[in-house]
Design a protein around this ligand. Structure first.
Ligand code: GUN
Ligand code: FE
Length: 430
């Protein structure tokens, strides 16, 4: 019997659409070779021989996709949360990231990061490394071994950053990046490289041009930051006065999603200050927005208008943006997304309805999961990314159903709930 073919029994819930949560008490979730066959009240005859694990009264729901986080920032999460973005980068982030020049340091820090990510609600993640190729390869080795599915970027930055964390020039940066790509593109089962210009201010035009050429040559996905903070947006306008918006700079160099027939899946983190033109371009190019509500709060960045993005049919997922966000919990990310949407509605635009719990859950599962393929639902044909949650220590009314239990778990798991199982593409992690 294959280990990625099985049946799980328990209190099942998943998003059917962004407005509808499907629930089934004492249901059976069936997986054949990593692919879900659906949810059933009774096991169909054809699946009777599969091994069954009965999780009793535990909640069973889809795994979470973290579309944006920085692995090297894990050691200082929680520090500098009283600073704004550009100050925080100079004071904490750049000095810490420069330490990954040492493979010994990277070994220690990335061991802790990958162990903690493996235990977290995240089943899929899109991750920034640092500019250092050996440390980034080490991170990829470690992530691959967790069996989580990840994209990892060796960061590119060759200007407007301290000497200790700067690629010396565009030519050598591009050569390093190409060698890293060739070494890692087909080296792993679970981990893939993603092009990672840090953000426009730290990348010279020669570097951006070269990254655009690499994208074209190898058809790579791209991740970066976009319109996060007002000073950053002004800075980009000064650096590239010809551009019609911040996103136009990435687009100009072929690093901004689908454009004139090229296939370039792209994730842009934040989009708090995207102009009308930028929003249009995000939509046209099918760029994913990684909404990072905790980071946007901690770094006083602002509130992204996610309701508007959903109304306009943009692709949106959630990100912890560790260490702008101070922890790895995608449960916390969902509840923060709902919370900041209420502040946006109350303080900024009373016609932008707050996100519902269903919408927050959808964004963390299917919303971000779709960047990886058919991920984040329990419908037939989806890859089997599954979490099992014990909420027995969270006090409960007998009149509550699975929806209420799930909501309480998302808010209270840090104190009293416990993840007791996790599967990625059918493979049991714990
Ligand atoms: N913009 C450029 N670099 C970073 C980073 O490390 N974190 C966040 N939140 N924004 C950035
Ligand atoms: Fe970030």
């Amino acid at each position: 019997m294959k280990t990625d073919s099985w049946i799980l029994k328990g209190m099942i819930c998943y998003s059917k659409t962004k407005d509808e949560l499907a629930v089934l008490e004492n249901g059976y979730l069936i997986c054949c070779q990593g692919i879900l066959q659906g949810v059933y009240p009774v096991i169909p005859e054809e699946f009777r021989t599969l091994p069954l694990t009965d999780y009793g009264d535990a909640l069973i729901f889809p795994g979470m996709a973290d579309l944006h986080l920085h692995a090297p920032q894990y050691p200082f999460c929680g520090l500098g949360m009283d600073l704004e973005l550009l100050e925080w980068l100079e004071t904490h982030t750049f000095p810490e990231e420069s330490r990954y020049q040492s493979l010994d340091y990277a070994e220690q820090a990335y061991t802790i990061f990958t162990e903690d990510l493996a235990c977290s609600p995240t089943t899929r993640a899109v991750i920034f490394g640092t500019i250092h190729t050996p440390a980034t390869k080490l991170l990829m080795d470690k992530l691959d071994a967790t069996n989580l599915k990840t994209y990892v970027g060796k960061v590119n930055m060759d200007q407007n950053c301290p000497d200790c964390l700067r690629e010396s020039d565009a030519v050598s940066a591009l050569e390093d990046t190409k060698n890293w790509l060739l070494d890692t593109m087909d080296a792993y089962k679970n981990t893939k490289p993603i092009l990672t210009p840090r953000f426009v201010p730290t990348c010279s035009t020669d570097l951006m041009e070269g990254l655009g050429a690499l994208q074209k040559q190898y058809r790579l996905p791209v991740q970066s930051h976009l319109s996060e903070n007002p000073s950053e947006v002004d800075w980009v306008r000064q650096l590239h006065p010809w551009s019609s918006c911040y996103g136009d700079v990435y687009d100009h160099f072929g690093l901004f999603g689908a454009k004139s027939g090229t296939n370039c899946p792209a994730i842009m983190a934040h989009c708090v200050y995207s102009s009308k033109e930028e929003i249009q371009r995000l939509k046209q190019n099918s760029v994913y927005i990684a909404h990072c509500p905790q980071s946007n709060t901690n770094l006083s960045s602002g509130i992204a208008p996610i309701r508007r993005y959903l109304e306009q049919g943009l692709l949106v997922g959630l990100g912890t943006d560790l260490a702008g966000g101070a922890n790895l919990s995608m449960f916390r990310c969902i509840t923060d997304a709902v919370a900041v949407s209420k502040l946006y509605w109350r303080l900024v635009d009373s016609s932008a309805k707050p996100l519902t719990m269903e919408e927050g859950f959808y964004l963390a599962t299917i919303g971000g999961g779709s960047f990886f393929g058919k991920i984040g639902s329990f419908e037939k044909g989806y890859e089997a990314d599954v979490l099992i949650a014990d909420d027995s220590m969270i006090p409960r009314s007998s009149s509550w159903g699975i929806r209420e239990r799930l909501t309480r778990f998302l808010y209270l798991s840090g104190e009293k709930g416990k993840l007791i199982g996790k599967y990625v593409a059918g493979v049991k992690i714990f």
